[in-house]
Write a protein that binds this ligand. Structure first.
Ligand code: NAD
Length: 491
């Protein structure tokens, strides 16, 4: 890969400072590419290009139908390049090819959905409580958007932001995670084939503390849409407060997965495994906090332990693999520290808690599926986001108790529960304080439904119609058809 991997004002360019960064395959520790490493000066020129394209360029003034057509076309190109993109995503993140292929299908669908929605965001006519007046509510693109992305679902998270922003008529500067830029580069390349005007899509690679911070601080950026950790989210809020720019934040989660005694236990167990170990648990909505009714606790934990022991770990390119590596050595060290903390807090380690022994897994950042029981609400391993293949199990005695305890978290992204009792379904789904509640399922999301967090899991929503509204300002236009003097200041 050449180092001209920043895309600014319709041109592929190198970083002004000439810096580059090696991108690593987490399954082997090998370098897969060398890309440009931008800094604040690169972010500034991208912001200038996006500002000019928004203020004076054709894109915000292009008809929504035409904008939607281009956005849908990008979805079609993504489908055409599904295999190549999935391969790049697996190389960059270590996830299995099968998971990356699912991601690419979702991503193509997101562009198709927002392409289709672009010309359906009608305004409203208000019945003004005044005679001879017309009152209209119009939607307009919000402006220049800074989009800051995480490493766990690099292109999926990019698509959640890019597709609605473009459909709305905004211009954007994307900053992928510095460790997983490959698919975002490729999709920007695909977009260049479609005739988006220069300055509409800009891509700046580089670290958060300068490129990301510049986007958050800039007076020229109207909206920051950020997905990442809670600590960084708080920094973004502080940085963005200087010019009161709009912000949407998709932050972390610690998501309870509750199994009532009357659940279909076999299916629930399968969902617990998927919820906790897809992408090695590196999912904001991972069901890492399992809560099991006391009467079935021991049987359920036994079965969970047995199934976890059979999870096939390995390189995501092997069709046998069900769980790949963690994203980096640094991240694996963080997971290992949490495992030590849990043991020091008195949790019982039933399985895992270490790296695999297989010689072929020694170069990658692998970690074994790890099971803790005997956990309490006040443990850090229960309250904090580990973002790895680690589940904690707590037992509970009653519905009222488990709801109260599940809600006792600073997070509020998602929760799930299993029961066959219809009345309980109604009560518990109403009582859980989370942006998404799954009943008899877990970790299901789709383009048409909103996604986002209660409490410290975020601000605003992505996906669905509301995900497009986030990129639009609402303007009220009032017209008096029969103006007459009021004579209040009659002299
Ligand atoms: P992170 O917060 O470390 O980084 C996210 C992005 O922010 C990166 O691009 C990084 O370079 C940038 N950044 C870092 N410091 C910055 C600063 N000071 N100013 C501006 N930008 C800065 O998160 P991560 O480790 O890449 O991703 C994992 C986190 O993302 C987890 O907490 C996970 O829960 C969260 N996440 C949430 C959702 C959701 O939908 N709620 C989805 C995916 C991931």
């Amino acid at each position: 890969m050449v180092s001209n991997t920043l895309y600014i004002n319709g041109q592929w360019v190198a970083a002004l400072g000439g810096a580059t960064r090696a991108v690593i395959d987490p399954a082997t520790g090998e370098v897969i590419a060398e890309v440009a490493e931008g800094d604040r000066s690169d972010a500034r020129r991208a912001i200038r290009a996006a500002r000019e394209a928004f203020d004076n360029g054709p894109w915000p003034r292009t008809s929504p139908t035409e904008r939607g057509r281009l956005v849908s076309e990008l979805g079609r190109l993504i489908s055409q390049h599904r295999e190549e993109l999935a391969r790049l995503e697996s190389l960059d993140t270590g996830k299995t090819m099968e998971e990356s292929r699912w991601d690419m299908d979702d991503i193509a669908g997101i562009f198709t959905y927002y392409g289709g929605l672009a010309d359906k965001m009608d305004g409203e006519v208000i019945n003004a409580p005044l005679p001879d007046a017309t009152s209209m509510v119009m939607r307009e693109p919000i402006g220049v958007c800074g989009q800051i992305l995480p490493w766990n679902y690099p292109l999926l998270q990019a698509s959640w932001k890019m597709a609605p922003a473009l459909a709305a008529g905004c211009t954007l500067v994307m900053k992928p995670s510095e460790i997983t830029p490959m698919t975002t580069i490729k999709v920007t390349e695909l977009a260049t084939q479609l005739g988006f005007p220069p300055g509409v899509i800009n891509l700046v690679l580089g670290p958060g503390h300068n490129v990301g911070a510049e986007l958050a601080e800039s007076l020229e950026v109207d909206l920051i849409s950020f997905t990442g950790g809670i600590k960084t989210g708080k920094q973004i809020i502080r940085a963005a407060s200087d010019n009161v720019k709009k912000i949407t934040l998709e932050l972390g989660g610690k998501n309870p997965h509750i199994i009532f005694a009357d659940a279909d236990q076999e299916t629930a167990l399968d969902a617990v495994l998927n919820g906790a170990f897809f992408h090695a648990g590196q999912i904001c909505s991972a069901g890492a906090r399992v809560m099991v009714a006391a009467s079935i606790h021991d049987t359920f934990v036994n079965a969970l332990q047995q199934r976890m022991a059979t999870i096939r770990i390995g390189n995501g390119f092997s069709p046998e693999t069900r769980m790949g590596p963690l994203i980096s050595e640094t991240h694996r060290t963080k997971v290992e520290q949490y495992v030590e903390i849990a043991q020091a807090e008195g949790a019982t380690l039933l399985l895992g808690g270490k790296r695999p022994d297989e010689p072929e897994l020694q170069q990658g950042f692998y970690y074994l599926p790890t099971l803790f029981t005997g956990c309490r609400d006040d443990m850090r391993i229960v309250q904090e986001e580990v973002f790895g293949p680690v589940v904690t199990v707590e037992s509970f005695a009653s519905e009222e108790e488990v709801v109260r305890r599940a809600n006792s978290t600073i997070y509020g992204l998602s929760a799930g529960f299993w029961t066959r009792d219809q009345a309980r379904i109604k009560r518990v789904s109403a009582a859980l304080r989370f942006g998404t509640v799954w009943v008899n399922d877990f970790n299901i999301y789709f383009t048409q439904a909103p996604w986002g967090g209660y409490k410290q899991s975020g601000l605003g929503r992505e996906l669905g119609r509301i995900g497009l509204e986030e990129y639009m300002e609402v303007k009220h236009i009032y017209q008096n058809h029969n103006p007459r003097p009021l004579h209040w200041f009659a002299g």
